[in-house]
Structure formats: C-alpha cells, structure tokens
Write a protein that binds this ligand. Structure first.
Ligand SMILES: *Cc1c(COP(=O)(O)O)cnc(C)c1O
Length: 241
C-alpha cells in the first residue's frame, strides 16, 4: 500500500497543478490534514513527512489526541462548536474556522481572554443553504462580521465553507465561487482584508483552489479511508497479511 509520504506528494502535486491552472502561486494555498479518527502515531508520521497544519472536528477527540502529537503541529478546529466547549477550543487551537453565531464568538473571546491568548478565527458560511450544514446564512454574514471584528481576543482572517457532497467536483464550483464573492463584498464594505478562504476537501480541492482557496482540508486523500476509532483499536483488517 502507498505510504503517507507518497500520498502527501501526490496531493501536493495536484494542489500545485490546480494553482498553475488558475495562475496562482502554489505557496498561497496551505494543506491542512484532517485527522479525525486518526491516531497520534499517524499525525507523527505526517509531521515527519513535512505536514505542519492539522484539523480536528470534535473537541473531546482533540483534547485526548493533541497532547500526544508532536508539539510542532499547528491545530485548527473545523467542526461545529458548542458554547460549553469554547473553553477547551480556545486553549487547544491556533484557529477556530467555524464561528457561526455571535454567541460562540463572544464565548471564544471570553475564554481566549482567560487563557491570555489571541485566537485566529474564520466565519463559517452555509453557502448551499442545506439544512444539514452549519454556518451562518449569507445574509447573516455582515452583522456577524461586525460582532467578531469588535472582539479584542479574536483575529478574523477570512471565511470557511463546505460544498454539498457530489460525485463530480465541478458541482462544487459555484459554492466556492460564492464564498469568494461574499469575502470580496465583505472586504470592500468593511476595509478588512480577510485573506483566508478555507474550502476544498479530498473530492473537490482542485476546483476549490481554482476558485481561490487558501486552505484545503484533506482527510481521506492523505490518510486513507476513515474507520471508527473504536473499531480500529479492536482489529485493523488492513494490518492483517
Ligand atoms: C472530514 C472533514 C474534511 C475532510 O474530508 P475528506 O473528504 O476526508 O477530505 C474537511 N472538512 C471538514 C469540516 C471535515 O469535517
């Protein structure tokens, strides 16, 4: 089976090709490895292969895992955050990509203040309007942006979204283009630069880069198919000869 370094090389190659197609500098796009359900050993292997940025979508899982991972790793929170988890999120992560309400922004600011740190944040936008997705509706973005921008401990650097799942990555393109347009409008209105656009996953990151992504969040294309943590502690069929 291909090892992590091989998969990393392939993903970086595809990212570079997408950047080249759209006339972008490949260094303007960061690769975030999504490590939900992965073990600390797998994170360590990724760090040895040169990956620096990682994302988790559950606070509980991150609390158990991050202390066991190489301390050089930078961690972003990419899941839905509940107010009662803001304390741990503010302590564990360099960036929370999924701020989607004034309440969660206020909680994070308060908890960051208590830890004496500043927290980078992105606002998650529900561009597709799917009810199963989190994120602020596009109409709610201007007031939320005002709130977040007024909080002393939060440093707002951009927007994040998830496109609806589709076999054909081209179907995701309008959602990525819309996020960039929302960012451009917000920048023009407020004068904030908002350089970051976190968009694109294993199935659609090429299209996302063509539409301006600066952070692609990749799980399965780097680490292989996900199994539940529980089942793989019992037996990992891929380990059998
Ligand atoms: C799981 C996850 C990803 C990565 O998904 P893959 O399809 O495995 O690349 C990206 N973003 C978020 C928010 C996720 O929860």
């Amino acid at each position: 089976m291909e090892d992590f370094a091989g998969r990393l090389g392939r993903v970086l190659g595809q990212m570079g090709a997408a950047a080249a197609r759209s006339g972008r500098d490949p260094s303007s796009v960061r690769l975030l490895g999504v490590t939900k359900t992965r073990l600390p050993e797998e994170v360590a292997e990724a760090v040895r292969a040169g990956l620096e940025l990682f994302g988790e979508n559950k606070v509980q899982e991150a609390r158990a895992k991050i202390p066991l991972c190489p301390s050089s790793a930078e961690w972003h929170f990419i899941g839905h955050l509940q107010g009662n988890k803001a304390r741990h999120a503010a302590a564990l992560f360099a960036c929370v990509q999924t701020v989607d309400s004034p309440g969660i922004a206020l909680s994070l600011d308060h908890e960051a203040e208590k830890c004496g740190r500043n927290l980078e944040v992105l606002i998650e936008v529900n561009v597709s309007g799917e009810r199963s997705k989190f994120g602020v509706a596009p109409e709610g973005l201007p007031p939320l942006l005002e709130t977040v921008n007024g909080l002393a401990r939060l440093r707002l650097t951009g927007l994040m979204t998830m496109a609806p799942y589709a076999e054909d990555p081209e179907e995701a393109r309008p959602y990525f283009a819309r996020l960039r347009q929302l960012r451009d409008e917000a920048s023009a209105r407020t004068g904030l630069s908002l350089p970051e656009l976190s968009m694109g996953m294993s199935g659609d990151f090429g299209v996302a880069i063509e539409e301006g992504s600066t952070i692609v969040r990749i799980g399965t294309a780097l680490f292989g198919p996900r199994k539940s943590l529980v089942s793989r502690r019992v037996i990992d069929p891929l380990d059998s000869p």
